[in-house]
Design a protein around this ligand. Structure first.
Ligand SMILES: [Mg+2]
Length: 388
């Protein structure tokens, strides 16, 4: 079965929950620290690219028989152009089943300007669309094509600032983002301890707690935070320094031998994961399926991790069926993350689904649907509304 057409276009995926929150999310008043925080013109995380008025890139890959696969990523304007004007035209007429070859072609087609960064988002969108198409052509869920199911259901944690609400929803693990960084000095460290201590009190001692610095720390602040938070039994510390600084990861690993460390959402393609795996720079890899190069890249990262006894917990993996299917199939994957505005207090998770057909987390666990491909229930009418 050959690929007949590849078309990328921009869509909006913001959910419109019917339920009015019983109180506003704390995310409206607590803002995570971003690496831009050292400059006064970027208060409260502004300047972060996700807040730019860019919609998201969606991809439809159509096979000769008319069957279609759907893919998604971030950063619509540059990514749709990379797909429509470069990657897409070079894949037309190839076998729709040859996901390994097509991924390798896309990486090599990007050598001149690097398969990382924005290009990686384009490769990811196209690759997940190809896996959706393959599943539909074979009439099987993607997790089966990947060798699963490896587990009955996936243990999920919720990321954000509304921990009391996450406990009501049945989560048994949750992650805070650090609202302060090196620019806030000792005062920031003190406020962070107050937030972490208060959160530990809210969730009790039988719920796992993690802390994510969103690449905004330096080595010194990372070490001081880790030491200061030790009494609160953090399961892991995440994304503490800039993603490209592999030597920094190496030195922090040496300075904090006891701390469980996690990163990888801003690592693209395979090279940083391979380098980090060989040196055990972190304990947990957190690639994002829609950013790192799609299902094909993410599966390779899982195998690399397994060979090096590193766990994988996909960044935002439970927000969409793509990460759910991979997590269902891969032995290296231990948990799943639900992020991107989990839901404001009182709003059911089912009302926050961005892509129809996405399985909803219940009581802290999820199992993706057995429908072919990723089980998405996307039709022409939905696409037209989303693209409007
Ligand atoms: Mg993170």
């Amino acid at each position: 079965m050959k690929i007949k057409e590849i078309r990328a276009f921009e869509i909006a995926t913001e959910p419109q929950p019917k339920t009015v929150p019983r109180e506003p999310s704390r995310a409206q008043t607590i803002h995570m620290n971003r690496p831009t925080a050292r400059y006064e013109r970027f208060p409260n995380g502004v300047g972060h690219v996700s807040f730019a008025p860019w919609k998201r890139p969606a991809v439809l890959v159509t096979a000769e028989d008319g069957t279609q696969g759907f893919g998604l990523s971030l950063y619509g304007p540059p990514v749709t152009r990379i797909i429509n004007e470069h990657l897409g035209p070079n894949l037309i007429g190839e076998s729709a089943m040859a996901t390994e070859k097509l991924w390798d072609m896309m990486v090599r087609l990007s050598t001149a300007f690097s398969p990382t960064g924005m290009t990686s988002y384009a490769i990811s969108a196209l690759d997940v669309a190809l896996w959706d198409l393959k599943g539909k052509l074979l009439g099987r869920p993607v997790y089966e094509l990947l060798g699963g199911p490896q587990k009955e259901k996936i243990f999920c944690y919720a990321s954000g600032f509304d921990q009391a609400w996450y406990m009501e929803l049945g989560f048994k693990a949750t992650k805070l983002f650090s609202p302060w960084g090196p620019e806030d000095g000792l005062e920031g460290l003190n406020k962070l301890e107050e937030l972490v201590a208060g959160t530990r009190e809210t969730i009790g001692d039988n719920v796992e707690l993690m802390l994510d610095a969103w690449t905004g720390y330096d080595s010194e602040f990372t070490v001081r935070v880790a030491e200061r938070m030790r009494p609160y039994n953090l399961k892991w510390l995440e994304d503490y320094i800039q993603p490209e600084d592999l030597l920094g990861y190496e030195s922090i690993r040496q300075r904090l031998p006891w701390q469980t460390l996690a990163t990888g959402e801003h690592w693209y393609n395979l090279a940083p994961f391979a380098a980090a795996a060989g040196k055990r720079l972190v304990d947990i890899f957190q690639p994002d399926v829609l950013w790192c190069g799609g299902i094909t890249a993410a599966a390779k990262i899982c195998h690399l991790a397994q060979a090096n006894h590193i766990s994988v917990i996909f960044h935002g993996g439970m927000n969409y069926p793509f990460g759910q299917h991979l997590s269902m199939a891969m032995p290296a994957v231990t948990w799943g993350e639900r992020s991107e505005d989990v839901s404001a207090p009182g709003v059911p998770l089912a009302e926050m689904v961005k892509l129809p057909g996405t399985a909803v987390i219940e009581d802290g666990y999820v199992r993706p649907s057995d429908a072919p491909g990723f089980g998405l229930e996307i039709d022409e009418a939905w696409l037209e509304r989303a693209a409007a």
